[in-house]
Structure formats: structure tokens, C-alpha cells
Design a protein around this ligand. Structure first.
Ligand SMILES: [Fe+2]
Ligand SMILES: [Fe+2]
Length: 288
């Protein structure tokens, strides 16, 4: 019974990456639904809890800096956006293929919900691409370094980050200079100066940052920064621009969390519209 967990399972506590987003939906239900926020810790699935434990334990300032060095040279692949969507779709996990949407389907559902509400074309495009950074998994990165709520490293961990108790296992927690309110940063220096925990948001931001308007880039870079955009934490690091950016992030969030319908979108029918939208903003190939 008490066999040690094989190493691979240790880094893959989630049956699928979607399990994290499913948890977010339970933790942040639509306003008109009964809030389960206060007791999110009680009924959370063990895999999700373990996933957050690993994430909070391992996301140190040194870890983030090493991942920035490793990935932000963007010298792994040259791929177009649709090509990257198909690549992400090759991600196989332990989830049930009959009940789970594919990655392309999740992206199209977000984009279609934004389109249906009459938002600008760049906003629709954000829906389409916002999770493409999850291809980090296909580069062999563990789940806890790809998905999960993001938070600044190099300063105090806010107790408004989910499962804050797990930060006690993080080596940076013992380093006094990294646990003051602003840590290695100047007060209100702006989030541009701040190292965020490493994951799909930050990676994709760097891939697309030359091609999209600032509002779109904010949505991509901070869409998992729930402590800020849902809980109002980390204002000591933000400047006026960041407060404006968070408004955009909040405008995007419902399309990420609540657009998951039961019917899968018809990928082939939608593809021409989205290929045209992609071509409007992006070159044929991007560096990943
Ligand atoms: Fe995401
Ligand atoms: Fe998403």
C-alpha cells in the first residue's frame, strides 16, 4: 500500500491540465452561483492539492530565473499559431477522452464566446491563443511548472494565493530578504519588473509580445494571476499601468473560466475565420 510514488507521478498529480482549471471554476464560481470559495480546501481532489503543494514548494526565485534563461531565448521551434494549436493537441494525459474537450476545442470555445459578445478582433485572438504556452508540457516540463495560479517570486508570498500554507516548504520562505512586502523590488515598480512564477502565461507572452496590443498582452501574461485580478493582492508592486491592465485581465477571465460548454465546437468549420484572424496579426512562423 505505502509504495513510494514513482518520480513521474510525483510531477504529474493532475489527471489532466484541465483539472487545475476545473478547480478554479469551483473556487471562483459565476457570481450568481453559490460561492464555495471559503471551503475550497475541504473538498479539493487530492491530485489538485498535491499539484499546488509541488508548485508552491518549487517555484523559487532561482527556479524562475533558470527557466527564463532556458526558454526565453525562444530557440526551440519555428511554428505558426495554428500549427502550435495542433501541436498542443498532441498532449495526451490521463483524462477521459469522451468527456474532456481537446485543447483546440477549449481555445475555440473561449474565442467563440468572446466573438459572440461582439468584442474586438484582437480580443477574440487572445481567446484563441491564451493557453498555447502549455506546449511547455510537450518540452518535458512538469505540470506544476506549466499551469497553476501565478504569483510574484522574490518577495513575500501573499496569503491570498491559493493554499498559502504550502509556501512554508519553499526554500525562499526561509530567506528574510525575499520575504519582505516588496522583496528584491522597489515599491510600485510595475509588474514588468517582477519575476512571476514560471508557467504557460509568461512563456506565451514572450512568444507573442511583438505582435499584439498591450491589452491583449496583459490578458495573456496575467490570466492565471488570480491573487491580483480576483483577490486584489500585490498592489505594492503595481503601478498605474498595471491597475489598468488588471481591468483587461478581469474582462478576459470569464471567457477562460466559464466558456466551457458541453458541445464541442466544429473545428473545421471555424478554421477559415481563425486562420484569417491569425494572419492579420502574426507572421507565418513564430519563434517558440
Ligand atoms: Fe491558461
Ligand atoms: Fe484557458
Amino acid at each position: 500500500m505505502s509504495q513510494p510514488m514513482p518520480a513521474e507521478r510525483e510531477s504529474a498529480p493532475l489527471a489532466s491540465l484541465d483539472e487545475w482549471e476545473d478547480f478554479l471554476q469551483e473556487r471562483y464560481p459565476k457570481p450568481r452561483e453559490k460561492s464555495s470559495f471559503r471551503d475550497y480546501g475541504a473538498n479539493v481532489r487530492p491530485g489538485v492539492r498535491e499539484f499546488y503543494r509541488l508548485n508552491h514548494r518549487h517555484q523559487t526565485l532561482d527556479f524562475v530565473r533558470s527557466k527564463e534563461r532556458e526558454f526565453l531565448s525562444l530557440d526551440r521551434r519555428k511554428m505558426g499559431i495554428w500549427e502550435a494549436m495542433e501541436y498542443l493537441n498532441t498532449l495526451v494525459d490521463d483524462s477521459d477522452p469522451d468527456t474532456t474537450l481537446t485543447q483546440i476545442e477549449h481555445l475555440l470555445q473561449s474565442a467563440e464566446a468572446i466573438r459572440a459578445d461582439g468584442h474586438p478582433r484582437w480580443f477574440i485572438l487572445v481567446g484563441l491563443i491564451h493557453d498555447l504556452g502549455k506546449i511547455l508540457c510537450l518540452f518535458g516540463e512538469p505540470q506544476w511548472a506549466v499551469v497553476g495560479d501565478t504569483f510574484p517570486v522574490g518577495c513575500q508570498y501573499s496569503d491570498r494565493v491559493v493554499f498559502p500554507e504550502f509556501f512554508r516548504e519553499n526554500p525562499d520562505f526561509q530567506v528574510e530578504s525575499l520575504q519582505t512586502e516588496t522583496g528584491i523590488y522597489e515599491p510600485n515598480c510595475g509588474l514588468d519588473q517582477v519575476h512571476m512564477s514560471w508557467g504557460h502565461d509568461e512563456y506565451l507572452y514572450h512568444v507573442v509580445k511583438d505582435y499584439l496590443p498591450g491589452e491583449a498582452l496583459a490578458m495573456i501574461r496575467y490570466h492565471s494571476f488570480y491573487a491580483a485580478h480576483r483577490e486584489g493582492a500585490y498592489t505594492q508592486l503595481m503601478n498605474d499601468d498595471d491597475h489598468r491592465r488588471m481591468e483587461w485581465v478581469r474582462a478576459f477571465n470569464p471567457y477562460d473560466l466559464y466558456s466551457k460548454g458541453h458541445a464541442a465546437p466544429d473545428v473545421q468549420t471555424l478554421r477559415p475565420f481563425y486562420e484569417e484572424l491569425i494572419a492579420e496579426y502574426f507572421p507565418e512562423k513564430l519563434a517558440w
